[in-house]
Write a protein that binds this ligand. Structure first.
Ligand code: HEC
Ligand SMILES: [Cu+2]
Length: 313
């Protein structure tokens, strides 16, 4: 069966459809107008017809010209304001959003829930709760696209991108890669299954899993040698003066060059891969770069660990 319109399964889907419908209608009207004029003039001024030719008649006054230029300008501005406003208001971040790490590679999607449950080319989410995807790619640019949610976001190597959505209808929906990424791009897809929250909790509880992400991250933190500098000074293991990482997540960090940045995931990630870029004020620039030493899945675990570190009371 050919589907002309995807299912409507997220809280923004209906609004996006309205906008798309209006855009289609405007484009259709313009197409129709230009098409009819084209056809009409081709018939009227065909070779050999007796229609009057010669200099343009002066019927198009200046007012009309100014009028239609202004009208199309305002139409364009109106569409811009509408679309941008919708985008900005859609899915404001919620603190209790469900977080899922997504790793894209040629040609599959790996998703990982906070408790360590992993899926391949599949994602299970509860209905009615915001889902926050933290995405990165292991190779080339991909794009995470779920038409039923009207949700799409590029997934880039070496960078963390974020996509938030709230599903409103249970069911199974298509997931596509929407950025050409090589031979099997067309088959790089999967499904997103939306379940009732109770069913989702039950599903999540019975998934096979390793340790949770944060625990695995804690082990990496020691094995990679981070703890040697960032470790607990009371324990005496730290030899270099390095900032304490407890409670750093989402807090403001003053940098050497005077800027103050918020330590979100992207900042933490950059701090590990490019420590020279944002040096914390008052600390020596001695942290080595871990680029090439920490692969993306390890980075997910490290970030989960860093975020789990609460400020000691
Ligand atoms: C040789 C000592 C050393 C090692 C090893 C080290 N760091 Fe650092 N780290 C530092 C120093 C010094 C700073 C502060 C200066 C800067 O920002 O570069 C820092 C800064 C950071 C920051 C930013 C902190 C803030 O308050 O904004 C993070 C996050 C971080 N390190 C994580 C790690 C992780 C994860 C590892 C292991 C993969 C690691 N570090 C290994 C010394 C080290
Ligand atoms: Cu792809």
């Amino acid at each position: 069966m050919i589907r002309f319109w995807p299912a409507t399964a997220s809280d923004v889907a209906a609004q996006v459809d309205q906008l798309t419908g209006v855009l289609l209608a405007i484009c259709g009207a313009i197409l129709l107008l230009v098409g009819c004029l084209l056809l009409g003039f081709s018939i009227r001024y065909r070779r050999g017809s007796s229609a009057k030719r010669g200099a343009l008649p002066e019927i198009v006054s200046r007012e009309v010209e100014v009028g239609w230029t202004a009208a199309t300008l305002f139409l364009a501005l109106f569409l811009f304001a509408w679309a941008t406003g919708m985008e900005l208001r859609a899915n404001p971040p919620q603190p209790d959003a469900i977080e899922v790490h997504v790793l894209a590679r040629q040609w599959m999607w790996k998703t990982r829930h906070a408790n360590g449950a992993q899926e391949i080319d599949a994602l299970h989410v509860p209905r009615g709760e915001q889902v926050r995807l933290l995405m990165t790619s292991q190779d080339v640019i991909h794009s995470f696209f779920v038409p039923a949610f009207r949700a799409k976001q590029d997934v880039l190597p070496g960078r963390l991108t974020e996509l938030r959505f709230t599903a409103t209808e249970t069911g199974t929906y298509n997931l596509f890669c929407a950025e050409y990424c090589g031979t099997l791009h067309a088959r790089m897809g999967g499904t997103v299954t939306v379940m009732e929250p109770e069913d989702f909790a039950r599903w999540l509880a019975v998934q096979p899993r390793g340790d949770d992400l944060a625990r695995e991250g804690a082990a990496l933190f020691v094995s990679l040698g981070c703890a040697g500098c960032h470790g607990d000074r009371r324990g005496g293991s730290a030899t270099v003066r390095a900032p304490k990482l407890e409670g750093v997540y989402n807090s403001p960090v003053p940098l050497q060059d005077g800027r103050v940045v918020t330590a979100d995931e992207a900042y933490l990630r950059d701090s590990i891969l490019q420590p020279r870029r944002d040096v914390v004020a008052g600390f020596p620039n001695v942290m080595p770069s871990f680029a090439g030493l920490v692969h993306e899945e390890e980075m997910q675990r490290l970030l989960a660990y860093l975020r789990s570190l609460k400020d000691a009371p």
